[in-house]
Design a binder for this molecule. Structure first.
Ligand code: ADP
Ligand code: MG
Length: 261
């Protein structure tokens, strides 16, 4: 089955999520899953949560890096939905938007982004002052204003300090990052966390792109916890297919000006 091609020796699970562009939390309430989202989608995220719970086990590091090969594959949507699934267990969950060049968590959740991760790393404020309490279980650290040097910021001791703090303060932390084939940020972040969750989008992620991503992660000695096949449709013949085209074409509309590989 072609899906197996995505699996690596370090790949511990492979789950799929049906097509849905919705974040599963209601924007106007504080607890419940949005009624607009199909049952199968909500269940798919619960399965992913179960897989991750088993993988994290008794480890004290419950910080997860979410990334993918290219832009638009569903990293941010998936990060939010997995975080919501974790928050429903009743613990404390934090989402960090570490895609400072093209942040979208605040847009999807309709939050203010005037203070966020970039301000915290720059030392302008304490991280707790930059957090939005979305509901009693879910906190969000939006990306903040676009800094001139996102990669250096993410590689700084201040970012390490933030990770140490949130590791202690939350039960689960999900970090949404930029695409691996475009900038190195996710590869800088992932080693500080319990591992990388790779989002692959059905009919969109070119197979050679994914191959490139996996070899970059392996080269950086990063543990790939698993893959999420986003937008799967079990009734479609395209279920396990990846698009094959010039990798660079997928970057055309992306705002990664200064570190294109
Ligand atoms: N499974 C899916 N089915 C349909 N649309 C999706 C799905 N996942 C994401 N999208 C849509 O695709 C676009 C890109 O998703 P996003 O999560 O922002 O990707 P990324 O963070 O990887 O750039 C958004 O408009 C989102 O609503
Ligand atoms: Mg995104």
């Amino acid at each position: 089955m072609p899906l197996n091609k995505t699996e690596t020796k370090t790949d511990k699970f492979s789950s799929s999520v049906p097509a849905s562009n919705k974040v599963i939390i209601s924007s106007n309430n504080n607890q419940n899953i949005s009624r607009r989202v199909p049952f199968t989608v909500v269940e798919a995220y619960k399965t992913i949560r179960t897989n991750l719970l088993f993988l994290l086990g008794r480890s004290s590091n419950h910080v997860l890096t979410f990334s993918s090969s290219n832009a638009g594959e569903g990293k941010s949507t998936t990060s939010i939905n997995v975080a919501v699934a974790f928050a429903q267990l009743g613990g404390r969950v934090l989402i960090i938007d570490a895609d400072m060049r093209r942040s979208s968590i605040h847009k999807k959740l309709k939050l203010d982004n005037s203070t966020g991760l970039s301000n915290v790393i720059a030392g302008f404020c304490e991280y707790k002052d930059a957090i939005t309490n979305y509901n009693s279980n879910l906190d969000i650290l939006t990306a903040g204003p676009i800094p001139p040097n996102p990669s250096e910021m993410l590689g700084s001791p201040e970012f390490d300090k933030l990770i140490d703090n949130v590791k202690n303060d939350y039960d689960y932390v999900i970090i949404d990052t930029p695409p691996i084939n475009v900038v190195s940020d996710a590869l800088v972040i992932a080693p500080k966390t319990s591992g990388l969750v790779l989002v692959v989008r059905t009919g969109f992620t070119p197979y050679d792109s994914l191959e490139h991503t996996i070899s970059s992660a392996k080269f950086a000695n990063i543990s790939i916890l698993g893959t999420i096949l986003n937008g799967s449709n079990p009734t479609s013949s395209r279920y396990y297919k990846y698009k094959r085209y010039n990798r660079n074409k997928t970057y055309d509309t992306y705002n990664y000006k200064y570190e294109k590989k």
